[in-house]
Structure formats: structure tokens, C-alpha cells
Write a protein that binds this ligand. Sequence first.
Ligand SMILES: [Zn+2]
Length: 234
Amino acid sequence: MSEQKQQPLQVVKINENTYRIEDNGVRSLLFIGTEKALLVDTGFGASGSMKEEVEALTDKPVVLVNTHADGDHIGCNTQFETAYMHPAEMPYYYTTAKPDASVCPLWEGDVIDIGGRSFEVILIPGHTPGSIAILDREGRILISGDSVSETPVFMFGEVRSLNAYIASMEKLMKMQDMFDEIYPSHGPFPVAPAQIEKAHAAAIKLAADELEPQEPPFPIPAKMFSSDGASFFF
Ligand SMILES: [Zn+2]
């Protein structure tokens, strides 16, 4: 395998008070309100300081929320005073991170108010037990983490559950009149809400053993399964 060069963190402005911070294939999001800023995820942690990037964009106090605890989303967590995540994600988080008082729970229906913008927590287990989506009701945006993406969703390994994932996609499908765009953690940005139905349909076929396994594009202990614009590593 040829050696991959790590790129420094790359900040991309989405609009006047919203940024995405790209870290070698994974994306963090920064929403700036009148009182606080919301940072969603902290990348791999190997390509510079997420905290420095965020502080260059805002002087507001930063609320850090993790969509889930896969290693590419928590890399710079310790640079921040508190990391909020769903309690169902904490056992998985603690398989790599040291349990300490800086981790705080965030529950289904909790609303994070940063001043003029508010964000609601939606529990969508499947990719991991405590994966969350975050709904910006005023901005009509759904932040999906890894669970809805045009790139393959990782569904192999101990913490994943395909049945829970299917139920979570059904939950999001019922909420589709509340958002116009999806902000995923990987791949093309943004993504259309129709991706949820695609993921749901493909996951049902995968669970029913109706999809042909393909070789994944990089070495992982899984096969790739695709159907109508959605795919999984399983
Ligand atoms: Zn990820």
C-alpha cells in the first residue's frame, strides 16, 4: 500500500455562520449562534488542532457534540472541556477513551440552543448504539453523522446493528417534512433527504440477503453491498 499523506484540516465556509472542517475524509461542522457555537465531531485528531481551527472562526463558547464515537469523530475531543454524546454511546466511547467527568449525556429530544439557532437530538441507533442525528429546525437541516451518506455506511463489527439501523431510517423518513438538506460526515455534501429512503431500501435488501457482495475499494474485513444509490460495508 502506498503511503497516504495526511492533509492539514481544511475549513470550508457554508454560509455566514456555518462551516465544515474537513479532515482527510471525515467532516466536522461548526454552527455559530449569537451566544454559543456548536461543534459537531472532532475528526481523526492527527492533522492539527480542531480547537485552534474553531477558535479562529469564533470567540463564542463552544458546545461539542459527538454524533457517535467512531475514532474518526472523536480525535480532538480532549481539547474541549466537555464532550456531549448519547449515553448509549458511552460504553463504546470508553473502549478507546478514558472515562472521565468531561463526558456528558445528551438525550433524545434535548435541544441545544446557541442563540438564534437551536438543534434537536434524534437517537438513530444502528451504525452505533448511541448514534444521533441533529435537527436544525429553523435552518431545515439534518446532521446525519455516518448514518445517512452517499458513501458506504460501515455496518460490520461489534457495535453495529442492521435491524436497529432499518428502524432508525424509518424514524427519519417520518420526519422528512422538517428538513431540506442532510449534512453527512463523509462523502458528497450536502445530501438530499431522498438518501434516507435509499439507505432504508438497501438495508432491507441486505438484511434479506438479496444483495451480491462486492470487494471493498480498500482493505477492510467486510464486503461491500450496494443497491440504488446506497451502500454498506457489512
Ligand atoms: Zn465516520
